[in-house]
Write a protein that binds this ligand. Structure first.
Ligand SMILES: [Zn+2]
Length: 391
């Protein structure tokens, strides 16, 4: 049986090691390796190599595939002195990683060379308290919370779906929320649109939602666009920089416009729709899963087009579907879990049943396919029988 020192020596003969100078060269090269800090949280908090990601040794096997799904990607691991990272490198090789090295001498030797280090950003005491239930989940933690605070989510519509989605995203600490809505609060909205209230009847929905969200969480900046999304303004609005779009408009002219814009700009869309007792949610992630036009390449002709007027809906249904949209959005922002990309989740409120349909990409899709024919925006508003309404 080998003791620690013998085992370490044995492992070091079996893995590749790189010294601090070579590591620095690799990091400065045009194709730098993924740099992984395998130390504990308190060590990471006192400083780390610039550009490193933090995967403590104890979580290496369970989390590395999330950070480096491609096993041919070069990886450099480091710890404080180069011993724990040697064992970690051995583990990654056993997991099939093809190009793994351990930084000999570790963080200590890197610093001794006078190479740059970085102090991680940390949450202040107020934020640690506000987001404490996120900090208790390893998949979120402090890094995830900082990521959420850096995230920017654009909501199309501050109505039935946009209300619960935006409330949960604001509560979760998504740092920047954009709201596109050109409607005013009406008494008939209040049965389900929980971002608004009776004393705001007649106010812009975007303003009313902003007031509610900023009161809920002052960490969140809310940007309002009191305009209807159109081919004229969509590029300007998207140019403000959004990581995810939550489509709560649920009328097909907007759906096509949002879809095409998301493909042109490479921004995922979390789509939701509701009618009476039935709701649907999916994620359209450009070029990774289908887009809306993969399923419905063109809208129906105007004479067959569905009315864009509001339909009846059970008051709580948008709460359920909008919350599922918030769930998908948080996972996309955090880079965790399996999203609804390529899957349509259906909910039947009367039966209290969920079901799922697989959606596939169409290589002949006119917008995300191999030879796209749609390269400019198309306004389908005139296809609506009557004025389109966000739900
Ligand atoms: Zn497509």
């Amino acid at each position: 049986m080998a003791n620690y020192r013998e085992l370490l020596q044995q492992v070091k003969t079996e893995i590749d090691e790189v010294d601090a100078s070579r590591t620095r060269e690799l990091l400065d090269s045009p194709a730098p390796p993924l740099l992984v800090d395998v130390r504990e949280q308190d060590e990471w908090s006192e400083g780390h190599l610039p550009g490193a990601i933090h995967v403590p040794r104890g979580f290496l096997e369970s989390r590395i595939e999330g950070a480096a799904p491609d096993r041919s990607q070069p990886v450099v691991l480091y710890c404080q002195s180069g011993n724990r990272s040697a064992f970690a490198a051995k583990t990654l090789e056993e997991m099939g990683y093809e190009n793994v090295a351990s930084l000999s001498g570790g963080f200590t030797d890197w610093k001794r060379n006078g190479f740059p280090t970085e102090l991680p950003r940390v949450l202040d005491a107020e934020k640690r308290s506000r987001y404490s239930r996120h900090l208790l989940i390893p998949e979120v933690g402090e890094e995830g919370q900082l990521r959420l605070l850096d995230s920017r989510v654009l909501l199309i519509g501050a109505g039935g779906l946009g209300s619960p989605a935006s409330l949960y995203l604001a509560a979760a600490g998504v740092g920047r929320l954009g709201i596109v809505d050109d409607d005013r609060v009406d008494a008939s909205n209040l049965q389900r649109q929980i971002a608004h209230s009776t004393d705001r009847l007649g106010d812009w929905k975007a303003d009313s939602a902003k007031q509610t969200l900023e009161a809920l969480n002052p960490d969140v900046e809310v940007v309002t666009y009191k305009e209807r999304l159109s081919s004229e303004n969509v590029d300007r609005i998207l140019a403000d920089g959004w990581d995810v779009i939550v489509d709560g408009a649920d009328n097909f002219p907007t759906r096509y416009l949002v879809n095409d814009a998301s493909v042109f700009h490479g921004i995922p869309v979390v789509h939701g729709s509701i009618y009476r007792f039935e709701g649907q949610v999916t994620v359209f992630k450009p070029h990774e899963g289908p887009c809306y036009r993969c399923l419905f390449p063109q809208p129906p002709p105007p004479e067959l087009a569905p009315s864009c007027a509001e339909g009846g809906v059970l008051g709580v249904l948008p709460g359920i579907i909008g919350s599922l949209q918030a769930n998908e959005t948080l996972k996309l922002a955090l880079g965790i879990g399996d999203t609804l990309t390529g899957r349509l989740l259906l909910f039947d409120a009367l039966a209290a049943e969920f079901s799922e349909v697989t959606l596939r990409r169409d290589p002949a899709c006119p917008v995300c396919g191999e030879s796209p024919t749609i390269t400019e925006y198309i306004d389908y508003v005139e296809f609506c029988q009557g004025r389109p309404q966000p739900v």
